[in-house]
Design a protein around this ligand. Sequence first.
Ligand code: AMP
Length: 630
Amino acid sequence: MASRNEEVLREAFMTKRSQNKSPFTPTNWKDRWFVLTPHNLIYYDGDRNSGRKREKGRVDLSKVWAVESVEYSAFQKDLVFQLVYGSTADTESVTLYIAASSAHDHDDWLEHIRSLVGNNTNLAEVFHKGALLRNQWSCCRGPKDAVACTPVTWTRNNNATPDQPSPSPPLNQDNMLPVPGVRTAFGPYRKKIVVAIYDYNPTEIGDLPLRKNEEYEVLQDAEENWWRMRNRNGEEGYAPSNYVKEKASLGLQQYDWYLGDATRQRAEFILKREEKEGCFVVRNSTTTTGMYTLSVYSKQPTPQVKHYHIKREGDLYYLSQSIKCRTIPDLIFKHKYNPGGLCTRLRSPPTHGRQPPTTAGISHDKWEIDPNELNLLEELGSGQFGVVRHGKLKCMDVAVKMMKEGTMSEEAFIEEAKVMTQLQHTNLVQLYGVCSRHRPIYIVTEYLRYGSLLLYLRQKEKHLITCSEQLLDMCLQVCEGMAYLEKQRFIHRDLAARNCLVGSQGVIKVGDFGLARYVVDDEYAGSGGAKFPIKWAAPEVLNYMRFSSKSDVWAFGVLMWEVFTCGRMPYGKLRNAEVVDRVQSGQVLERPTYCPETVYELMKLCWTHDVDRRPSFADMRCQIVEIQEA
Ligand code: AMP
């Protein structure tokens, strides 16, 4: 234990990454009891219940030279922070990676440790925001001894002395540098210049229109989704942060041919629809972070899309040995004149390639929509809460859910809607706002032209049932949307094909997230209710109504089954009680006829009874991508 004269400042269970001797041993995380004292960070084993603890190691805080967050992609794990200590020579330092159990713990521990080491003489100015995996840094892809790539997000604590740690976290003090390039409420001002990667036409007065490729100065970026910006004419206003990219890290975003994280299937969909010889896109490699793939359409000898990994040798990129260039745009340019081993020379990017993303709500800090601004059009369908109609909000297509009175606890939902408008992801149906000042209330969302995924699958069964690649891509898209919700700690509670929608370009989006909490219907409320989605419910939901992202993963397995059967009803005509018996006894849904064995294995992983062993959506995403690339 911490010695008697060491004051305990913080203590908590967190997980610690084992400090692998070999870079090739798998990453291993263990629960440890962490104790922070003014001079040491000590960790113990022992279990959460008995509290028996044996010291497993400690870090002398005077040797620490960086305390920083770790980027999510390093371990596909959230809330990880790192302490780098020992010799400042990169090769001799040691990094302790710790995953906190909540965002609050993460920030609290990070800031508290920083306040204790703020006077160390050896504090670093740069660090690796990724991790060393297989002898390569995941952030800059440099070798083990590569110079650290990212400026630290804080500086020394001028007020504290080693014996008298600053009682408050140092980040918010005037003498601290802000996050590089970002204006904070406290630090000295630094200009942050961004470039618009899409046009943006505001719907609200006071918001700033954006023109693609033009530069803007960011005046306020305290909120995640809407930043206050100034254009070159000095006009100011809010604009969506996902429509701009920092000039310094613009990279390939400025090119129409760059599709970012689009999957192989999405690229094929877009290119095949255009049917133009030499039409091409470049996208991030799904298997190797930091690498790229070129996808090209050619009619010769038969219409097809070919995919080429852009290889790298030193600082040169190439597709074939004959043409090597320092940058990818240069490489693309050269291949426009010379196929150089490709199936055809590159001609033009697709006309309908990169679509602008949705915005989180219709404007900064606005979720209440005036019904007079809505032009209601045809009926799209009706569901649990009532009729859904197509509509126009100014010139924007929207779907308007007219909530049948008495079907939902409205006050609670309206409060939550403010939070839900801020959830923004390509694979989530965007909530734009609500009309809550009259009854019935309207929920205004993004409009998806092909409607419910369930009906789509049923209608297109003949065509889709044998297209397992396309079906798996639908699952991947749902998984991407759900991985985002999981990261935001938002539980869906009613994930099923009927609650997903299909848009243009084969896009699938998850809808109705979180709405289940506001349903007022006894038939729906408990697992005994006739309308409760028993067939999608995990055992812990059936037994204790315990919902979590992991119970969403169970439902995702059932959704995958719905996709691969093109919309069959899980468990056929079995009654709810029989389904519960089946699930409790460990029987799972059978493999759909055309479903590859590897995909069925993934479904079964989702149906792991032990919640702790059930994969997360982030895990599922990796596994689906692996199958796609195999
Ligand atoms: P729901 O109340 O969400 O079950 O929706 C009922 C039906 O309305 C769905 O099955 C869809 O066909 C249609 N619908 C709902 N939301 C949308 C939307 N955002 N875009 C297009 N159609 C929608």
